[in-house]
Design a protein around this ligand. Structure first.
Ligand code: SF4
Length: 239
């Protein structure tokens, strides 16, 4: 039986067990998403850049518009930035994202000799991550999106929901930044891609529906009895 986290639980194996219990409960609640490839790695990278500060719907529309107008990434890199911005306008921050996308594409072509990231499939996680994070404007979250959603590697993208819920659950320290949390999750999750994928999606779902930023609904949370942030009364109320 797991209780709220305490100092002794910070042992990586104990935390790994806690994480699996959390994942099982969230899967019961929201379903057990199964990993599938979300597209070629370069598509996922550009899609992730487009997703910054906008909704999933707007990201999908902006990506579709860009691909319809420029089916070849080579043409995206060569076009005037204003044409790229026009194509992705519905995704927001178009004048910032357009030159960012072009810069990334040009560096990829310079470094790898092609407008493709498929060579990353041959690299182990650490080297693929390092390669991606050398690209201009690519941080640990964007890299983890490519690694997990396209390459099927066990990297946890830590967005605002994953970061908030994980801190409240004691999976990461209260003062651990979202950036630093990527390395913590890598240690906790080990090589389990399917666990990483399911936990990522369900922590986001839990953050949107229950463990909201301003007012977490601990009284109806399936994790309340093992969550150190739950009020004492709610800890005993959960199953
Ligand atoms: S008990 Fe409250 S703080 Fe903890 S995960 Fe659930 S909603 Fe969030």
């Amino acid at each position: 039986m797991l209780g709220p986290v305490d100092a002794a639980d910070r042992d990586v194996h104990a935390m790994g067990r806690r994480l699996r219990v959390i994942n099982d409960r969230l899967k019961e609640e929201y379903g057990g998403p199964r990993w599938h490839a979300h597209g070629p790695p370069l598509d996922v990278l550009i899609g992730t850049i487009l997703s910054q500060h906008t909704s999933d719907t707007n990201t999908t529309r902006a990506f579709a518009s860009l691909r319809a107008r420029f089916p070849d990434w080579r043409d995206v890199a060569a076009a005037p930035a204003s044409d790229i911005a026009d194509a992705i306008r519905m995704g927001g921050l178009a004048n910032i994202k357009a030159p960012r996308i072009q810069r990334v594409l040009r560096v990829i072509a310079d470094e790898s000799g092609d407008f493709s990231l498929t060579f990353l499939r041959e690299l182990p996680l650490g080297r693929a991550d390092a390669w991606l994070r050398n690209l201009p404007g690519v941080g640990p979250k964007t890299s983890a999106c490519v690694l997990l959603f396209s390459l099927g590697l066990p990297a946890m993208p830590v967005d605002t929901h994953v970061h908030r819920v994980s801190r409240r659950l004691g999976l990461i320290d209260a003062d651990c930044s979202a950036e630093d949390a990527h390395a913590v999750f890598r240690e906790l999750l080990g090589p389990d891609r399917d666990l990483t994928y399911a936990l990522h999606l369900n922590l986001i779902e839990h953050g949107r529906r229950v463990c909201k930023a301003r007012s977490p609904a601990c009284h109806r949370c399936v994790l309340a009895d093992i969550c150190p942030s739950a009020p004492t009364g709610d800890r005993s109320a959960a199953p």
